[in-house]
Design a protein around this ligand. Structure first.
Ligand code: 5GP
Ligand code: ZN
Length: 137
């Protein structure tokens, strides 16, 4: 995908500041740096989002994410760390090449996530779960 910014970064056609790479994954500093140490863990191949991710890629991203999270903690000693990953424009995705954000968190850093809790009745949970279980099989 020549018009994809992360494909260009993976191929080294535009500069990036890398922290880690392996067969499946390239991790580099997010240009936006919500907080110092903000890293993106991207798959090497062009995969638009989570829905198209292969198991081997998912495993590699999960391993790299945990390893880099520990490195960020050791390097920056943040108060916490948020893992953020968006799929689709409605979910906030802006670069349509699968990636996971690792954002070190600081007290009062202004990063916000609105989470409108609805607490539906149990029957509704049962009904939602039944739909997902049916879709899994
Ligand atoms: P999304 O909203 O898709 O989850 O996040 C895309 C992220 O990619 C943003 O946080 C943005 O700062 C980062 N980004 C966009 N273009 C570039 C780029 O050219 N280089 C780097 N290093 N990060 C980028
Ligand atoms: Zn791409």
């Amino acid at each position: 995908m020549t018009d994809c910014v992360f494909c260009r970064i993976v191929a080294g056609r535009i500069p990036s500041t890398r922290v880690y790479e392996d067969e499946q994954v390239v991790a580099f500093m997010d240009i936006g740096q919500v907080n110092p140490g903000h890293v993106l863990v991207a798959v090497r191949s062009h995969v638009e989002n989570l829905f198209s991710l292969e198991d081997a890629q998912a495993e590699a991203v999960a391993r790299a994410t945990a390893r880099i999270a520990r490195a960020i903690r050791n390097a920056f000693s943040p108060g916490g760390l948020s893992v953020y990953q968006a799929n689709g424009a409605v979910a906030g995705q802006t670069v349509f090449h699968y990636h996971v954000h690792l954002v070190p968190r600081l007290e009062g850093d202004g990063m916000a996530f609105t989470w409108p809790v609805r607490n539906p009745p149990r029957e509704e949970l049962e009904s939602h779960a039944a739909r997902i279980r049916a879709a899994l099989s």
